[in-house]
Design a protein around this ligand. Structure first.
Ligand SMILES: NC(=O)c1ccc[n+]([C@@H]2O[C@H](COP(=O)([O-])OP(=O)(O)OC[C@H]3O[C@@H](n4cnc5c(N)ncnc54)[C@H](OP(=O)(O)O)[C@@H]3O)[C@@H](O)[C@H]2O)c1
Length: 336
């Protein structure tokens, strides 16, 4: 049985990485439909520093439900320690991984134990360890829900229309910007799994990595402007965003689509004139989809690249690493 208290990273105030405090906190109890997971590893993601920095309302929410102190984090891999009576899919001792309660800031993953909705979990692929499994949930599901299947009917906070992935096959070419990052490196591999031709855009240090993941072409954005080199692609997946994301529109063929992972401003008149569409989505927890991704991870069709690992107590250093940028794959916290 777990102790009444556990070690966890908590925010007592918002701010820089220094506000991530290694604390003693109450061990959670699983509610209906939940299991208690003994956490072995935690994948870190941009919403963790959005919350740390003071964002307490997810897009689409009208009011904040975050109360300090709060344990940040969404992505875990670990072992089921206890299960509520109504949970049928998981038992004590099962190895599981998941994206918890997203979109919300109530994942509470930076801890020795977390109460996790069973519907957010899948069995950890036996062929990979907890560190690699913890790197998969948010970034992997984002790539999956943008490129393969949205998997839910929740309205998007970003657009009226439902996001629809486009067909990916041997006749399609996909440009992926930010290809070496968390979302990008899964997107490259899922597009290759669907036999699409992939043009990967990243800084030069990632060329070998992206070629090894299967990219057909690599563009170093520090040396050339991809929008001047590339034409007639079917799909652009932009994980970087920002005000000049719309420059990629001109790389698309008529009928093509751009998927900004970070929603931005696009001129409807320009997209209409070019005959292209722009569509975005918000990733949501989905244990069933994670199980599908898990099968690809088990088969080695998709792999999780680890940029670096840090002990849970050193979450501050992990966030400082993320802030330096140029991440290759995922940053993961290990829980002793
Ligand atoms: N819509 C959603 O539901 C959703 C879900 C997940 C993430 N996101 C958003 O998606 C973004 C990416 O998340 P992530 O977890 O993949 O981040 P990440 O792991 O930090 O990856 C970002 C990547 O972008 C590359 N990059 C930075 N500037 C670039 C540029 N100008 N051109 C090309 N590449 C550049 C970085 O490396 P190099 O510069 O060295 O190439 C890095 O590999 C975040 O803003 C996040 O908030 C949205």
């Amino acid at each position: 049985m777990p102790r009444h208290t556990m070690r966890a990273i908590r925010l007592h105030e918002h701010g820089g990485p220094e506000v991530l405090r290694y604390d003693e906190a109450p061990t959670p109890e699983p509610g209906p439909g939940e299991v208690l997971v003994r956490v072995h590893a935690v994948g870190i993601n941009p919403p963790d520093w959005y919350l740390r920095g003071g964002m307490t309302r997810m897009p689409g929410e009208t009011e904040s439900t975050v109360r300090l102190p709060v344990i940040p984090g969404t992505d875990v891999s670990g072992v089921v320690e206890a299960a509520a009576a109504d949970v049928e899919d998981f038992s004590v001792g099962d190895e599981v991984f998941g994206l918890l309660r997203f979109p919300s800031f109530h994942g509470s993953a930076y801890a020795e134990y977390v109460a996790a909705p069973a519907s957010d979990l899948a069995r950890k692929p036996v062929g990979i360890d907890h560190v690699h499994a913890a790197g998969a949930p948010m970034a992997g599901l984002t790539a999956w829900q943008f490129l393969i299947d949205v998997g839910h009917d929740h309205p998007s906070p970003f657009q009226e229309a439902r996001h629809r992935p486009t067909t990916l096959d041997a006749d399609t070419t996909v440009l992926i910007n930010g290809a070496a990052g968390g979302v990008g490196h899964f997107a490259v591999q899922l597009a290759k799994w669907r036999r699409a031709r992939v043009i990967a855009v990243a800084s030069g240090a990632h060329e070998w990595f992206l070629n090894e993941l299967g990219a057909d072409e690599f563009i170093d954005y520090t040396k050339s402007r991809p929008e001047e080199l590339v034409h007639d692609v079917d799909l652009v997946l932009d994980t970087v965003g920002g005000p000049d994301s719309s420059r990629f529109l001109r790389t698309l063929k008529r009928g093509g689509a751009q998927f900004p992972v970070l929603p931005g401003d696009f001129d409807e008149a320009e997209t209409a004139k070019l005959g292209v569409t722009v569509s975005t989505a918000q990733v949501r927890s989905n244990g069933a989809q994670l199980a599908e991704l898990g099968r690809l991870l088990d088969a080695g069709t998709v792999r999780v690249a680890i940029d670096s690992t840090f002990a849970l107590a050193d979450a501050r250093a992990a966030h400082e690493r993320a802030a330096r940028g140029h991440v290759q794959g995922k940053i993961v916290l290990t829980v002793p």
